[in-house]
Design a protein. Sequence first.
Length: 125
Amino acid sequence: MTKPKKVVMLVDDETAVQGLYRRLFDRLDWEGRVYGDARQALAALSDDVDCIVTDMVMPGMDGIRFIREVHSRRGRMPILVTTGYATEASMRELAGLKVEVLAKPFDPALLLTRLEQLLQERKVG
């Protein structure tokens, strides 16, 4: 019996970052669903998504608003926020939303470790 693929949704408006994630997900044989816009990602959010990686600062809908929408639709699911522009106020808000935060720039190995931890917590929880 084959192990089901991990399904990770990425939301980031930077095409270079999208490419990095696509390569990483392909190498790991994960299903990576990549969106450049939070509204598109919300429209495509399905029950088989295991976790979400989202940027904080995006045009149209920022990461905090996106996370709140995800929580209202799916409850508290594993979410990792990547940001290079965190303020003290936004960090407090993210802590209240119970999401993980990874500062940009980051090492892809650290990203992978954090994603594995989130996915493992979801399996246990």
